[in-house]
Design a binder for this molecule. Sequence first.
Ligand SMILES: [Zn+2]
Length: 60
Amino acid sequence: MTEKACTRCKRITSDERCPVCNVPASTNWSGLLIIIDPDKSDIARELNITLPGEYALRVR
Ligand SMILES: [Zn+2]
C-alpha cells in the first residue's frame, strides 16, 4: 500500500484522509521524519508537531 502524507500536519498515513486532521492525504511527498518525543525535538517544535509518529518533510 502506498504511504500518504497529510497536507496539513504532514503526518504519514496509509489512509485516504489524515486520522488527526480529517483532510485528504497526498501521495506527493518527500523526506521521512520520525518523531519519537515531540517535546524534546527541535524539529518537531519547528514543524508544530505535537504527536509522535512519522512525518514528511515536504507535502505537495
Ligand atoms: Zn493531518
